[in-house]
Structure formats: structure tokens, C-alpha cells
Design a protein around this ligand. Structure first.
Ligand code: KG4
Ligand code: ZN
Length: 335
């Protein structure tokens, strides 16, 4: 079964064709990073405009890359929630039109749940049940997943998402946007024992808090200088390393604890921050120590992409969960 996936929830315009939820025929992604970089973060109005400019090209290239035609598609899956409203509307309009013109089912996909399906495209699909850590720019939570779309949230962030903390720390240090990949690279060259930052809510079950950590980094910088841009490269690397150590350890420790307490051996990591090299290697180390099997998406399926949307689309279709043209774009995701 061939499914066209469309993703426009934030600052990536993407279209992908996936067979049976696992085999990617094409996956085209146009990033808007350049357009938003000058503002230091994503500007919703700019994002909507860029999606409008890019969507036709992305769809056209997606079919050319796959050497397939629109009439070959069995269904179209669209990330209709959560995200920036104007950005979601662009993808929804395209998907509804595609569904109507080709007379095929439309499947609305929750983008955040879609992230888990990056793992189904990365070689080996995880078996149920599994403990999932979803860690992106907008969300950070641990869930116990027992089947497709059947899950229990065990804990989540009480304030900032982990990716958001990366972006805010990077912005304060004048490192650019998005901050995650930049801090990841600088941290790898730093000494994580030079600046030790707190790990919040260590004893509070599976909930997280990253806002205090971000403030601790900012306060440390301000104790060194009033002008962060004058800090030496070495100090910036050490600050990034200290900050990253706290984030990675708290994410990994709580996820491993959830797996142990629930007697579950499979751990799935998903979302933009799962591209983080230190997080990947610390997770692997801890899973090896505990005899757990670890699933992390290939890099291209960590950050936003339409292939993960098409993949979840397939599993939703198999459960008989399709939508009609009244499907709405919705900015929020309430657990
Ligand atoms: O999943 P995603 O592409 O978009 C959302 O659904 O939010 O995640 C984007 C987030 C951004 O905060 C970005 O800084 C972070 O993922 N990110 C990283 C890395 N690559 C992307 N964070 C840490 N290390 C990385 N290598
Ligand atoms: Zn995302």
C-alpha cells in the first residue's frame, strides 16, 4: 500500500511516499532555516508564506524521485496537529485537494505521535510494548506504548521542552538557530566538568523541567561577563558541554528507570533532539548495561519529515482510522 505523507507543521515543508509504513520511496524536505535565522527563531507568518511557496515543488519532486504518479497512491496522510496554525493549514489544504482529486482516503496525523514512526523507517521496527522518549522542540515526554496509537503518558516536561532549552541557551550565547545541532557540535569539543549544572526533578518520577537549567546557564554566563559574545571559544564549548551533560543524563536516566519499573526491554527515542550525538551514545551505553534494545531513528528521520507521517498513516489506515474533508488543522496537543 502506497501512502503520500505531507508535513508542514513548523519550518520544514516535506512530502514523502512510503510503502506499507516502512519502505521509503521518496522523502523531500525543504528547510526554512535560512528564512528564520535572521529573526533568531521561527516566525509563524514567514513559515506559512514559505510553505505556500514550496509545497507544489516539494510534491512534484516527491513523485519524480519515487518515479510514481498521483494515481498510484492509496491514501494521503497529513500532519494536521499540533503546530503553527497557518503552517498546518497549507499542508491540510494540499492534502485535502489531493484526496478529493484522486478520490483516496485522507488520514489526519498527530505530528508528535508521528515522530515515533521515524523508527519504523530506520531498518528494524520496534516491537510492542516499548517505552518511548519523545524529545523535540515543542515536546518532551516519556510514554508506555502498547500498540499503534495506544499509549500512556508516564511523565512530561513541566515547562520548556528539551529542544527549546537547547535553542534558548544557543540564542543567549549568540550561537544561532536552531541551537540543538550547534550546541551538540560545540559540546563535543568541550570539557563537561568545567561547569556543572543542576539536574532538575531528579527524584520526581518521570516529569522533567528544563527552564531552571537554562536559567542556571544564563546566570553562569552573566557571572563571567555582561557581553556573552566576548566569551572565549573554549569557555563556550565548556558551557555547552556542561549544559548538555545535564540534559542528556536526566533524559536517559528517567527513560531507563521507566523501562525498569515497567519491565519493558524495548526503548524507543524520537523527535529532533534524538539527533543529538551525546544522547545517542549515552542511551546506547545504558541500554547495553541493562540488556535493553534501543531504537533511535536514522538522522534524517529524527527532525521533521513527511516519511514518518506517511508511516503512521499506514498503521492508522490499517485500523480503519481515516478522515474526511472536514478534518481541521489544530495548533494544540492535549494529552
Ligand atoms: O522534531 P523537531 O524537528 O521539531 C519539533 O517537532 O519541535 O525538533 C526540533 C528541535 C529543535 O529544538 C532543535 O534545536 C533540536 O530539535 N535538535 C537538536 C539536535 N538537532 C535538532 N537538539 C540537540 N542536538 C541535536 N543534534
Ligand atoms: Zn517535530
Amino acid at each position: 500500500m502506497l501512502i503520500l505523507g505531507i508535513e508542514t507543521s513548523c519550518d520544514e515543508t516535506s512530502a514523502s511516499i512510503v510503502r506499507d509504513g516502512v519502505e521509503v520511496h521518496s522523502n523531500v524536505i525543504i528547510s526554512q532555516i535560512k528564512a528564520h535565522k535572521v529573526y533568531g527563531g521561527v516566525v509563524p507568518e514567514v513559515a506559512s508564506r514559505k510553505h505556500t511557496e514550496n509545497i507544489s515543488f516539494v510534491l512534484d519532486k516527491c513523485f519524480k524521485d519515487a518515479n510514481l504518479r498521483p494515481s498510484d497512491m492509496d491514501a494521503v496522510a497529513i500532519a494536521n496537529e499540533p503546530g503553527l496554525f497557518g503552517a498546518l493549514v497549507v499542508g491540510c489544504a494540499a492534502a485535502k485537494t489531493f484526496s478529493f482529486v484522486n478520490d483516496i482516503p485522507l488520514i489526519g496525523i498527530n505530528h508528535v505521535l508521528g515522530h515515533l514512526y521515524g523508527n519504523y523507517l530506520s531498518g528494524k521496527a520496534p516491537e510492542f510494548p516499548y517505552i518511548a522518549l519523545t524529545v523535540s522542540g515543542g515536546h518532551t515526554f516519556i510514554s508506555k506504548v502498547t500498540d499503534h496509537l495506544e499509549f500512556e503518558i508516564l511523565g512530561s516536561t513541566r515547562d520548556d521542552a528539551a529542544g527549546e532549552a537547547y535553542d534558548k541557551v544557543a540564542r543567549f550565547l549568540g550561537l544561532g538557530y536552531p541551537g540543538g545541532p550547534i550546541v551538540d557540535k560545540l559540546a563535543a569539543q568541550g570539557d563537561d566538568s568545567m561547569f556543572v549544572f543542576p539536574k532538575a526533578m531528579q527524584k520526581d518520577g518521570y516529569d522533567f523541567s528544563f527552564s531552571g537549567l537554562k536559567t542556571a546557564v544564563i546566570n553562569k554566563v552573566l557571572s563571567l561577563t555582561d557581553e556573552p559574545e566576548t566569551l572565549s571559544e573554549k569557555i563556550v564549548m565548556d558551557l555547552c558541554a556542561g549544559f548538555q551533560k545535564s540534559v542528556v543524563e536526566i533524559l536517559v536516566d528517567k527513560t531507563i528507570l521507566a523501562a525498569k519499573n515497567n519491565n519493558i526491554n524495548n526503548i524507543v527515542v524520537a523527535g529532533g533532539v534524538s539527533a543529538n550525538k551525546a544522547l545517542r551514545s549515552f542511551f546506547q551505553q545504558k541500554c547495553n548495561e541493562n540488556n535493553f534494545e534501543l531504537f533511535i531513528p536514522d538522522f534524517v528521520y529524527c527532525t521533521d519529515n513527511a516519511a514518518m507521517i506517511a508511516s503512521l498513516g499506514f498503521f492508522k489506515y490499517k485500523k480503519g482510522l481515516t478522515d474526511d474533508l472536514t478534518l481541521k488543522a489544530s495548533p494544540s496537543f492535549v494529552f
